[in-house]
Write a protein that binds this ligand. Structure first.
Ligand SMILES: [Zn+2]
Length: 149
């Protein structure tokens, strides 16, 4: 038995640290500009090989109707680059602190960025702590099992 991680993190070469840092800065700028209690609490940035897409969460009067910032950002990426996988995602709260994705967003990322690296925290020295999506969600929802042919 080895101590090798089951789901090692591999960051796509299209994602140098400068792009990750810029993605974080974009999310912070968006939530700083639009953050509003009861309406927008979280901003996210997702990266494809070529593009950078931001999103802000949408709080709904009906709580189950609320939409996460990651979903909005993934939708923007999908509209601009249909089929291009998400390679990286980061989300921040209204204080600009990096927060990990919720379970629903992990499932969404499993569909739109199965090999993505996800920012889950930021170290005191400003370095993003990353995890592979597969480490965050080792057992994804599998529609083909729920609805067999
Ligand atoms: Zn979410």
């Amino acid at each position: 038995m080895t101590n090798e991680p089951t789901h090692p993190l591999t960051v796509d070469p299209a994602l140098p640290r400068a792009r990750l840092d810029a993605a974080l800065a974009d999310a912070r700028a968006l939530v700083a500009r639009l953050g509003h209690e009861g309406r927008h609490h979280v901003a996210a940035t997702v990266l494809t090989a070529k593009g950078t897409y931001t999103g802000i969460n949408l709080e709904c009067t009906l709580p189950r109707g609320s939409i996460c910032a990651e979903a909005v950002a993934i939708g923007a990426a999908s509209a601009a680059e249909p089929g291009a996988p998400v390679l990286f995602a980061v989300a921040v709260n209204r204080r600009g602190e990096v927060i990990p994705p919720c379970g629903a967003c992990r499932e969404l990322l499993a569909d739109f960025g199965p090999a993505s690296a996800i920012a889950v925290a930021e170290d005191r020295d400003g370095v993003l702590r990353l995890a592979s999506l597969r480490a965050l969600l080792p057992e994804t929802y599998k529609a083909h099992l729920r609805f067999p042919a």
